[in-house]
Design a protein around this ligand. Structure first.
Ligand SMILES: [Zn+2]
Length: 81
């Protein structure tokens, strides 16, 4: 396996989508090639950061409307003739 092939297989490797033969070749290359091992580390780190960021974004969803505001709007609407 070449470095280029390894990069192409990276996402599938992390998803567990490689055949046992491809996986063995992938891991053999990682054992021999420092650059690809570093690349895999950086890739995993990126996935972790992206997941953490999307969790934060999820928590930033607008909160439910305060009941006081709903009551005020409802009162204003019903006050109209
Ligand atoms: Zn390599």
């Amino acid at each position: 396996m070449t470095c280029k092939e390894l990069i192409e297989f990276l996402a599938e490797y992390l998803d567990g989508g490689l055949t046992p033969g491809q996986r063995a070749a992938f891991e053999r290359h990682l054992g021999l090639c420092r650059a690809c091992a570093d690349y895999l580390d950086a890739y995993r780190q990126t996935i972790r950061v992206v997941r953490a960021t999307s969790q934060i974004t999820g928590r930033c969803a607008p909160p439910p409307l305060p009941p006081d505001l709903v009551a005020a709007v409802t009162a204003a609407a019903t006050r109209r003739p």
